[in-house]
Design a protein around this ligand. Structure first.
Ligand code: GLN
Length: 489
């Protein structure tokens, strides 16, 4: 039996653990074996420490034997994007800049997961410093899409999505600044959720654009998504943007039926440039919700056309400031034999950062520079407010919004690397939720003729993760897309 444990969801594994029909050690070994089998193709993992994972699993088994299980995540493997700080583990952000860096502390979500008894294992590949939409900006390796290894898995949390899709881990965490959880989840056929800004502490997440970054779960079922979300949310005094709010019981909430809901279809999201098969999948989902008794209404988010432009001003401005700390003195890569201090900064940064990261820093420095600040940065902040208002207005009429997650399914490796703008447009449907701070989830919504997954995005009211997950669960219960697994190994 143990060889097939890797094909089960976290909830199914938790049931078996609870009944004493397996152990965390068996479960963890099963995922490690699976990963050794398929990761030479998938290349989702940058690093994992087998002994450490098994030691955590054995500790979980001992707790359980003594009747001290810590709940539904106790003994369940959770793999982590390589921008989340785990004490004593590598933390590279897939950058040469942090090539030899080890985290000296645990981030808040990591502390919470340890408290929940999860087996934290593996560092997952990503675009360098989370900048990108294909994981091709990793300085280490290009992750493959498990459904077609010639295609990219999406990004920047490509390793987090691909590892769950390829059954290398039942759960993973990623981060989403402009779509980096939802877009790779869509392209790899799994669930990925970006929580409301402020719901999950960012302490211990390497900063890219601090007013947009959120950590969130990847899973293969809505129940599992709710379980992982439950474990990581909550106010944290170590993150000044973390929000004090009542936390619902997401795991219980998702079990409730979706009451007659009003679904909004933003007309700006089915625009030109969308792949016809993606559009078809969204229309089929609209019809499905209607057939279930939901009302579907068209809504308008009139400032959508500015979202990509606004994002690439705000995100790069914040990145240029956040990444100023990598100076060759305090962190990471240090150029050898500089002749003076300025030379040290210059060469350490020139050698340590990749091309896309440099492009962002230059763009961000430009939009913040005197004379351009008002024209670009300040104006972008004003449009950001308008984008948020568009959503809040729409939510006066609807319970949630249904959109494509990505305009296209997974594209071929190398297809967009020469054209940054084409790459940036991959995020056209996901970016607005970060600018507005609202929650979003991508769920499996079908497949193309050529067998690539298509993702549907549900966007919700601030802090209505429970409502979003209920809507996602209703769709999941009526379809079997989430049960399909890629033809690997
Ligand atoms: N693809 C977007 C970017 O390159 C979003 C990245 C993210 O969400 N981390 O900035």
């Amino acid at each position: 039996m143990s060889t097939q444990l890797f094909s089960l969801t976290a909830s199914a594994l938790a049931d078996l653990l609870e009944k004493g029909e397996t152990t965390s050690e068996e479960v963890t070994r099963s995922f490690i074996t699976r990963t050794k089998e398929v990761d030479s193709t998938v290349k989702a993992f940058l690093h994992f420490d087998e002994e450490d994972a098994l030691a955590q699993a054995k500790a979980s088994d001992e707790r359980r034997q003594q009747g001290q299980s810590k709940g539904p995540l106790d003994g369940i493997p959770v793999a982590l994007k390589d921008n989340l700080a785990v004490k004593g583990q590598p933390l590279t952000c897939a950058s040469k800049m942090l090539g030899n860096f080890t985290s000296p502390y645990d981030g808040t979500v990591i502390g919470k997961l340890k408290e929940a008894g999860a087996v934290l294992w593996g560092r997952l590949n990503m675009d360098e410093f989370a900048m990108g939409s294909s994981t091709e900006n990793s300085s280490r390796q290009t992750t493959a899409n498990p459904w077609n290894p010639e295609c990219i898995p999406g990004g920047s949390s490509g390793g987090s999505a691909a590892s769950v899709s390829a059954l290398e881990t039942p759960l993973s965490l990623g981060s989403d600044t402009g779509g980096s959880i939802r877009q790779p989840a869509a392209l790899c056929g799994v669930i990925g959720m970006k929580p409301t800004y402020g719901l999950v502490s960012r302490y211990g997440l390497v900063a890219f654009a601090s007013s947009l970054d959120q950590i969130g779960p990847f899973a293969r079922s809505v129940d599992d998504t709710a379980t992982l979300l439950q474990a990581i949310v909550g106010h944290d005094p170590l993150d000044s943007t973390s929000y004090k709010t009542e936390i619902p019981d997401y795991r219980a909430e998702v079990q409730k039926p979706l009451e007659k809901s009003v679904v909004g279809l933003p007309k700006e999201y089915l625009s030109e440039g969308i792949d016809p098969e993606v559009e078809q999948a969204v229309k089929a989902a609209v019809k499905w919700y209607e057939d279930q008794g939901s009302e579907v209404v068209e809504v308008s988010l009139p400032h959508t056309e500015y979202a990509v432009g606004v994002y690439y001003i705000i995100a790069t401005a914040e990145a240029s400031s956040n990444l100023a700390r990598y100076d060759g003195v305090r962190y990471g890569h240090r150029s050898e034999k500089p002749s003076n201090a300025v030379d040290l900064y210059f060469h350490s940064r020139a050698e340590g950062f990749g091309e896309e990261v440099k492009r962002r820093i230059i763009l961000g420095t430009y939009v913040l520079s005197s004379g351009y600040y008002d024209a670009y940065y300040l104006k972008a902040q004003k449009v950001r407010t308008l984008i948020r208002q568009d959503f809040l207005k729409a939510f006066e009429k609807v319970d949630f919004l249904l959109t494509p997650t990505s305009p296209v399914p997974a594209f071929g490796k190398g297809e967009r690397t020469a054209n940054p703008l084409a790459m940036y447009l991959s995020d056209i449907y996901t970016i607005s939720a970060n600018l507005a701070g609202i929650p979003g989830v991508s769920i499996p919504g079908g497949f193309t003729q050529s067998g690539l997954p298509i993702g549907l995005q549900l966007l919700g009211k601030p802090f209505d993760e429970a409502g979003l997950l209920r809507a996602a669960k209703a769709f999941e219960s009526g379809h079997d897309y989430h049960l399909k697994t890629p033809p690997l190994g």
